[in-house]
Write a new protein. Structure first.
Length: 218
């Protein structure tokens, strides 16, 4: 599917063209068919480098263009910083991007002036507990590496954050992203989301057995 005909705005399409993107990948097309651009929650389970981030960006930009905010949750501070830098470059002039990873004893009230906010689940938990006034303006919540719900350290906080978000902003669209989920349908049901599964990957995955110095692919 060509990006000019997939349902995103002309402005967003032009941004993607500058990045050398002219057609959707299979998972991206499936996500749109599942209602991504209509505000439907989706759980995307596809291989690494298959285009999950762009699925999140399409949902985020749709919300921004409608006058709302998007929150992008990542598991690590370093990853949040990396994505914030990338988004600021890519969407300069189209969306105001903020990185929120600092003081856990602050509501970060200045975030009210930003459109896309990147943070960890721990930081978002803190922001909600401090009653950040802009939370009510959030329309899209993106959860990268959502399989970490099963992580004994980060999982409980992420689960609490998602549970609180569903209560505070029940109409918010949740976009879960992961390459490895053992129980995708169960998680999709809990999120009240459409499950999007695809096995396409940019580089074919080969499996082989190494015996001594001999490698045999199957």
């Amino acid at each position: 599917m060509n990006i000019d005909n997939c349902g995103i705005s002309k402005k967003h399409a032009e941004i993607l063209k500058k990045e050398g993107i002219f057609d959707l990948r299979p998972s991206q097309e499936k996500a749109i068919q599942a209602g991504l651009l209509d505000g439907k929650s989706v759980l995307v389970c596809t291989p690494t480098a298959s285009g999950k981030t762009m699925i999140a960006e399409m949902a985020a930009m749709k919300a921004v263009e409608e006058g709302f905010k998007a929150v992008y949750i990542v598991p690590l501070v370093a990853l949040a910083s990396e994505k914030a830098k990338e988004f600021k470059r890519k969407y300069e002039g189209a969306a105001k991007v903020a990185l929120s990873i600092g003081d856990f004893d602050s509501a970060d009230s200045d975030l009210i002036d930003y459109d896309i906010i990147l943070c960890t689940s721990e930081k978002l938990d803190s922001l909600m507990r401090h009653h950040a006034p802009w939370i009510a303006r959030v329309k899209v919540v993106i959860v990268d590496e959502i399989h970490l719900l099963n992580d004994p350290y980060r999982g409980p906080t992420l689960e609490i954050v998602l549970t609180m978000l569903k209560q505070i902003i029940p109409k918010a669209q949740i976009v879960g992203l992961s390459a490895t989920i053992g129980n995708p349908q169960e998680l999709a049901d809990w999120l009240n989301a459409k499950l999007v599964i695809d096995n396409w990957r940019p580089v074919p995955l080969k499996k082989g057995i190494l015996t001594g110095d001999k490698l045999e692919f199957h």
